[in-house]
Design a protein around this ligand. Structure first.
Ligand code: BGC
Length: 319
């Protein structure tokens, strides 16, 4: 009999979910607002309901779902199913798995959101052909998923692979984790938006004002759009952003020397506009050059589905 799994990707803004089969095909998917300011029990109830709704949409009985997997930002105690600490959800010691399990009566397991996305990409996305890869997600935060010799590397008690909290600028911008100069503060969409707004304030003549409408409406695309419109201030923002991104990528490649770095998250929608200059800034700085151990820098292929797909992959065998 065919087995089905539910994958849930918990984010600060949305919870995305899907029903996935053993081959990694997504039967149905959907998303609901997280409402992150609410108590976790309310969020867990919504997540359980999302699984029920998706199962119904797929024409399945709830009992036909073998297990549920969750990807969540932050430091995860996988054994106990708790979110130990999340800088972006502002949670500490939240027993999310138990809360979802109670409402569904199904096995529930959990990992970090970027780890889940890396699993998804290596299961059925662009990571499939690499035995070693570093996945980096550039969204509200910067997350990392490291696959070495085909296995997810999470560090002691799964507390590692927090690539976003590697300092790339000593004494630099304050990060949500409390340190200064983190990769995340610069390379996240949030960091890009901050820099874009600063540039707009310094340049009232910039085309970015016309493109965004106001400072509040600035998003991760504004500077890229400005650059395409020939705006010099916007081009500088993009160049600086890619330089910071390159610093982090070089460090990660020099430590892990993966076959590939996969980039996911909202900013990656820019595709080669981001990747081509990034390669130019990364390759000359790789330890020992690129001839002996080349490293590809590519866009992740599953987009918003990577997390839910990997969360479902995590659930496989957990029934
Ligand atoms: C968190 C990570 C998470 C990443 C992406 C970071 O701020 O520390 O745990 O993976 O954001 O959501």
């Amino acid at each position: 009999m065919k087995k089905y799994y539910a994958g849930l990707d918990l984010g600060g803004t949305f919870v995305k979910g899907g029903i996935v089969d053993e081959e990694g095909n997504i039967l149905v998917k959907g998303k609901i607002p997280t409402g992150a300011e609410r108590p976790y029990a309310a969020i867990a109830a919504d997540m359980a309901q999302l699984v029920k709704d998706l199962a119904a949409q797929a024409g399945l009985q709830q009992e036909q779902i073998a297990a549920v997997g969750i990807g969540s930002p932050g430091l995860i105690d996988a054994e106990n199913g708790t979110i130990v600490y999340s800088n972006n959800l502002r949670w500490e010691n939240v027993p999310l798995c138990a809360a979802v399990r109670e409402r569904l009566g199904l096995p529930v397991c959990i990992t970090n959101d970027a780890n889940a996305a890396a699993l998804g990409e290596s299961f059925c996305g662009a990571g499939k052909k690499y035995r070693s890869m570093v996945f980096i997600t550039l969204g509200t935060g910067v997350g990392g998923g490291i696959i070495l010799d085909g296995k997810l590397f999470e560090g002691y008690r799964s507390a590692g692979a927090e690539v976003g909290h590697m300092v790339i600028e000593c004494g630099g911008w304050l990060c949500t984790c409390g340190r200064r100069g983190c990769f995340e503060a610069y390379a996240s969409a949030t960091g890009l938006i901050r820099r874009t707004r600063e540039a707009m304030e310094a340049h009232p003549e910039s085309a970015m004002w016309r493109l965004a409408g106001s400072l509040e409406k600035v998003d991760g695309k504004t500077a890229f759009d400005g650059m395409r419109a020939g705006d010099a201030a916007a081009a500088r923002v993009v160049d600086e952003y890619i330089s910071y991104l390159a610093e982090g990528v070089v460090n990660l490649v020099n430590i892990f020397r993966p076959e590939a770095v996969l980039l996911g998250g909202g900013v990656c929608a820019e595709g080669e506009t981001l990747l081509a200059p990034l390669r130019e800034k990364v390759f000359p700085h790789l330890f020992g050059g690129t001839e002996y151990a080349p490293c590809a820098i590519v866009k992740a292929s599953l987009g918003n589905d990577a997390g839910l797909c990997g969360a479902a992959r995590l659930a496989m065998g957990r029934e």
